[in-house]
Design a protein. Structure first.
Length: 190
């Protein structure tokens, strides 16, 4: 009879423990919180990368506009070329956004085809000023070509900027990527 009581007691105790949920929240939190933390870190670092990409794209656009206005620029330093004005504008935009201009590297590999001269059709070489690749007299694509006129000439500004991810326990941890910034603007003639 004592053995039967022990078996019934053990069965009732196991049933009561199986139905008990006092420690379940702690176990669930221990399983879910690291995953949530990694997701929040990922959102933060990818947001940072997106912000820097927007900043360097804007800097390339500012550089292209400054280089396009070089022949008739009233606020530019006398004797500056389009490439110098473009590089100075890129570096000023990066400094204003609290990015280090010394980290700029010239664009190593063109993803799109390299720009061609608007007159000869030959590839245009980079003029590197302050590690910014500036190409002048490049043919720009136009949506509505004007009959009887030549190709639209412009300026191209390009560079790369490094970004390093910090996502512990992932393959992206301390991984550095080069973000490309390319901008093309029509040359001003007035």
């Amino acid at each position: 009879m004592g053995c039967l009581r022990m078996t019934i007691f053990a069965r009732n105790t196991l049933r009561r423990l199986a139905g008990e949920t006092r420690g379940a929240e702690i176990a669930e939190a221990a399983a879910v919180l690291p995953i949530m933390f990694m997701m929040i870190l990922g959102i933060f670092w990818f947001g940072q990368a997106f912000s820097i990409y927007g900043t360097i794209t804007r800097a390339a656009q500012d550089g292209a506009r400054a280089g396009a206005a070089a022949p008739n620029c009233t606020t530019c330093t006398a004797g500056n070329t389009a490439a110098t004005n473009a590089s100075n504008a890129v570096q000023s935009a990066l400094v204003a956004a609290h990015l280090d201009p010394s980290k700029i590297v010239p664009l190593a590999n063109w993803t799109p085809p390299a720009p061609v001269d608007c007159v000869t059709g030959n590839a245009v070489a980079c003029t590197n000023v302050g590690k910014v690749c500036v190409q002048t007299h490049v043919r720009l694509p136009t949506q509505l070509p004007t009959p009887g006129t030549g190709a639209v000439c412009g300026i191209s500004v390009s560079f790369e900027y490094p970004y390093q991810f910090w996502l512990p326990f992932t393959s992206l941890n301390q991984q550095s990527i080069q973000m490309q910034a390319v901008a093309r603007v029509r040359m001003e003639t007035q």
